[in-house]
Design a protein around this ligand. Structure first.
Ligand code: ADP
Ligand code: MG
Length: 397
C-alpha cells in the first residue's frame, strides 16, 4: 500500500536459514550455531547515556544474524552477505585498534575486547552474517553487529557473560577498536531488550526495567521515519556536545549531569555564564526528566499523553542541543500537523530517523503527509515503517 508505512524488512526467520546456508557455502561446513541481535530505536532520552542518565529504547524486528563456528588456531575469518567484499582473514595476535578495517572492525573489535578483558578462551572463529538493520539510519546497525558477535563467542566458548557484560564489551569494541565514541544505550538495547517492552536503562549502573509497551492494544502505532540523510557530519559535533556536557557538570560541581536534580535546574542554569553550556545542560537534565515523565504516564496507562512529551523532546534537541536537521524537523512538523500525537528525532542527530506516535487509523494519512512534505521540499523520499518492540539478542539455531 503506497499510502501506508513501507513493508517491514525480511523476517529474521528467513534470514536465519539464508545465513546458515551462506556460511556452509563459504566455509564448507554447517555453522556450530546461529545468533541474532536487533537494531534499536530510542523513544526518548537522547545524549543522556554518556551523562550517566536514563534512556528508553526498544529493540526493532530488524536484526543482524550471524552464523559462527569456533577455531583453535588464532585465526578470525569474517564475511558479510551485505557487503560486496571478499572474506576478511585476521590473526588474533595481530589485531590492532583503529586500523581502519572497514566493516570487519566491528566484529574484530569484539574479539579484541573479549581477549583484552581476559577471555583468552576465544581462540578464533569463522563468521558469516547478514542484517536487515538499515545502516547509518540511526537504528544502530553497528551495535547489532557487535552484540551478535559477542553473543556468538560467549555461546561457543562458554564465557558465561551477562547481557550487560556483553554490551560493555561491544561498546568497548566500538569506542576503542573502531574509534567511535558512543555511549552504552545501543549495545544494551540490542543485548537486553525484550519483546513488547521498552528498556528503561540507568546508564550509570546498567540497571534495567522492562516497561510494557503494547501500542497495538491501545490502537496506537509508533512509526519510524528514516530520512535517508546520513549522519557522518555529526562526528565532531557529538564530541563537542560531550565535552560541553562534561564542562557543565564540572562547573556545577556534580560528577555527571545525571546528578543534578531537575528541581535544581533553574538555579543551576543561572550559574552558567556560557550560553552554549547552559543549553546543553538544559537539554540533558530536561531529557532525563522527560524519560521519567514518559514512564510515569505509561505506568498510569496514559499512553496517548506521551505524544506531547516526545515533541517537547524534539524541540529541546533542535533548539538547545542543536543536533537536528531540516529533514528531521520537517518529518516532525509534518507528522504533527497531520494529526500525530507527537514526534521527535531519535539517535545521534544530523540525519537518521524520527519516531512518530500515531493513532493506528491515522498512520496512512500521517505517512502520506510526511512523504508529500519531503517531495515538496525536494528531499529524498523517506522510508516509513512501524516499530514494534521486538526481542533482544538470542541464539536462533
Ligand atoms: P548505525 O549504527 O546508525 O547504523 P554506524 O555508522 O554506527 O551507523 O554503523 C554502520 C556501519 O556498520 C557500516 O558502515 C558498516 O561498516 C557496519 N555494518 C552495519 N551493518 C552491516 C552489515 N550488514 N554488513 C557489514 N557491515 C555492516
Ligand atoms: Mg552505530
Amino acid at each position: 500500500d503506497a499510502a501506508g508505512p513501507d513493508a517491514a524488512a525480511r523476517q529474521p526467520r528467513d534470514l536465519v536459514a539464508e545465513v546458515a546456508a551462506g556460511f556452509e557455502e563459504l566455509y564448507g561446513a554447517a555453522p556450530a550455531g546461529v545468533w541474532a541481535a536487533p537494531g534499536r530505536v530510542n523513544l526518548i532520552g537522547e545524549y543522556t547515556d554518556f551523562n550517566e542518565g536514563f534512556v528508553l529504547p526498544l529493540a526493532l524486528p530488524h536484526t543482524a544474524v550471524a552464523a559462527v563456528s569456533p577455531r583453535t588456531d588464532g585465526v578470525l575469518r569474517l564475511h558479510s552477505a551485505d557487503i560486496d567484499a571478499p572474506l576478511v582473514e585476521l590473526r588474533l595476535d595481530e589485531l590492532r585498534p583503529l586500523s581502519d578495517g572497514g566493516w570487519a572492525a566491528y566484529p574484530a573489535g569484539v574479539v579484541w575486547a573479549l581477549r583484552r578483558a581476559g577471555h583468552t578462551a576465544v581462540t578464533g572463529a569463522d563468521l558469516h552474517l547478514a542484517s536487515t538493520v538499515p545502516t547509518g539510519a540511526g537504528l544502530s546497525s553497528s551495535a547489532a553487529l557487535e552484540v551478535v558477535t559477542a553473543l556468538a563467542l560467549d555461546g561457543l566458548f562458554e564465557l558465561g557473560l551477562s547481557g550487560p557484560e556483553s554490551a560493555r564489551l561491544a561498546q568497548r569494541a566500538e569506542n576503542d577498536f573502531v574509534g567511535v565514541p558512543c555511549g552504552i544505550m545501543d549495545q544494551m538495547a540490542s543485548a537486553c531488550a525484550t519483546e513488547g517492552h521498552l528498556l528503561h536503562l540507568d546508564c550509570r549502573d546498567l540497571a534495567v526495567r522492562q516497561i510494557p509497551f503494547d501500542l497495538a492494544a491501545e490502537g496506537l502505532m509508533l512509526l519510524v521515519v528514516d530520512t535517508r540523510v546520513q549522519h557522518a557530519l555529526g562526528d565532531g559535533a557529538y564530541a563537542e556536545r560531550r565535552a560541553g556536557c562534561e564542562e557543565g557538570a564540572r562547573l556545577l560541581g556534580v560528577p555527571f549531569l545525571r546528578d543534578l536534580p531537575y528541581a535544581e535546574l533553574p538555579d543551576a542554569l543561572e550559574k552558567l555564564a556560557d550560553e552554549k553550556v547552559r543549553r546543553y545542560v538544559r537539554h540533558v537534565v530536561g531529557d532525563d526528566h522527560r524519560v521519567e515523565r514518559v514512564i510515569g504516564l505509561l505506568d498510569a496507562g496514559e499512553v496517548r499523553a506521551i505524544g506531547p512529551v516526545l515533541t517537547e523532546g524534539h524541540h529541546s534537541l533542535r533548539d538547545d542541543l542543536r543536533i537536528s536537521c531540516p529533514e528531521l524537523d520537517l518529518a516532525v512538523a509534518a507528522a504533527n500537523e497531520a494529526g500525530a500525537l507527537g514526534a521527535r528525532m531519535t539517535g545521534g542527530g544530523f540525519g537518521g530517523s524520527a519516531v512518530v506516535l500515531v493513532e493506528e487509523a491515522a498512520a496512512p494519512a500521517v505517512t502520506e503527509a510526511i512523504r508529500t512534505a519531503f517531495a515538496g521540499a525536494s528531499f529524498t523520499a523517506p522510508r516509513v515503517f512501524p516499530a514494534v518492540a521486538a526481542e533482544g539478542a538470542r541464539r536462533v539455531r
